[in-house]
Design a protein around this ligand. Structure first.
Ligand code: HEC
Ligand code: HEC
Ligand code: HEC
Length: 100
């Protein structure tokens, strides 16, 4: 499961936690989909939870994913990424009626 360091550390350990808006932060808007993809694009891991593993691929094919890739590094982007639809610290199962 994702813990604080999975999303907030550049090297996956508590000594490399960076500010949310650093351009190289895993939480920087443009990098979020890759952060989620570290687990959600992993077929074996997702299969063991019975979750579809194509979400990153399908996001990158979507309008939002394409628009995100085209934009420049410096803009704090307003394009939709994973967290705009799923939440951040309140991510829920898609089966949950209270999920976004
Ligand atoms: C699934 C990824 C993920 C996990 C797990 C996660 N965070 Fe975050 N966190 C984010 C993202 C993305 C943002 C940026 C939110 C935004 O831009 O509004 C954020 C924002 C923050 C902020 C800044 C809050 C603010 O108001 O600016 C703090 C502090 C924080 N997280 C701490 C934590 C702590 C502590 C944990 C573990 C208990 C944790 N996070 C777990 C993704 C995560
Ligand atoms: C534009 C909104 C949107 C964006 C962006 C988005 N999702 Fe989703 N996601 C959804 C919706 C809606 C569903 C439910 C689809 C369904 O039930 O058919 C879903 C389903 C899922 C699921 C559950 C799959 C399953 O097995 O049921 C996961 C995991 C997921 N998304 C992760 C991600 C990740 C990771 C990203 C970024 C790479 C992302 N999503 C981007 C809206 C979004
Ligand atoms: C460290 C690995 C890891 C990271 C990073 C991670 N996840 Fe997950 N995520 C999981 C696992 C494992 C589950 C399944 C947990 C379970 O079913 O008990 C899960 C479950 C989910 C679900 C619920 C799927 C369902 O069953 O409907 C959503 C939605 C989701 N994650 C979205 C995200 C988003 C968005 C991000 C990035 C901001 C993210 N995750 C980052 C490992 C991760």
């Amino acid at each position: 499961m994702a813990t604080c360091v999975d999303c907030h550390s550049t090297e996956g350990n508590p000594h490399s936690v960076v500010r949310v808006l650093e351009y190289n932060a895993p939480t920087y808007t443009k990098n979020i989909s890759q952060t989620c993809a570290r687990c959600h694009d992993n077929q074996e891991l997702m299969a063991s939870y019975g979750i579809v593993e194509k979400v990153y691929e399908s996001y990158m094919r979507s309008f939002h994913g394409k628009a995100m890739q085209l934009d420049t590094e410096l803009v704090q982007l307003d394009k939709a990424t994973c967290t705009n639809c799923h939440g951040v610290h309140d991510i829920k199962s898609v089966q949950d009626p209270t999920s976004r």
